[in-house]
Design a protein. Sequence first.
Length: 292
Amino acid sequence: MSESGDSEYESAPEDAVHLEFDKFFSHPANKELNKPIEETKGSSEDECDTAEPQPVKLSPKTTTDSDIEKLINEKLYKIPPKEVAPSEDPVDATPLGETPVEPTLPAYTDEELVTVKEEVLSLKELGNSMFRTGHHYGAMAEYSKAIELCRKQLDETRSILHANRAACHVGCEEFKEAEEDCTTAINLNPQYLKAILRRAQVREKLDSLTPALDDYKRVLELDRRNGPSLEAIRRLPPLIEAQQEKMKQECMEKLQDLGNLVLKPFGLSTNNFKMVQNPETGGYNIQFQQNQ
């Protein structure tokens, strides 16, 4: 160690350095490096060697510069080899194209279940109070906290919480989120009439009339006297028919635009083709008409 203390490593004795280099050059694979350089007759110190250098053939076992550096570091200065740090990003073992499966949380113990139930019901009541006073987002937050605590043993309660949160979304006119919460509630409890009815009403708001009608019919299977559902199954069919007719018309217009694009290079258009209905079969025949 130097007197100043600036040196990080302790230098090896000079004899030790020579000993290590003697071992290195005495190795059979490195004997070629130890041969003396023969002077070429007729050469001068001022003359340049114009001969093309011959490629040196190295043995596969010949020690490289990196090996020498490693030897000096490890033997002379006692420096351990560098360790390759592991990758910070863990390797995803999930096969490509497959959705990772979320781990299932263990069930609560009997003692834990009693405590969790009390906390969930407390959050639910707080959410109900906020919902009644019109604080929909606040109620939504309390229902969400309660949902996070629910596990498999509390599926029925979780179903109610999702239905309640859906009501909050409806109050905020967030109908898509309300539909998702209703669907979750129904999946947890397929007989949950209130959630099915609420989803039907939400789907009407989203203009998904056919799925809404299906939900209303499902409600009537559970309760034949349900007023809103009885009214809906009479009101929706004509609206669905009009909606389908509108969609059909829009589709035909798009097809007509596409047909005109294809026929234009030939000097034709879709007006050259007329669909005539067969009164006997109800089918359609296409008739070609020349341009006038």
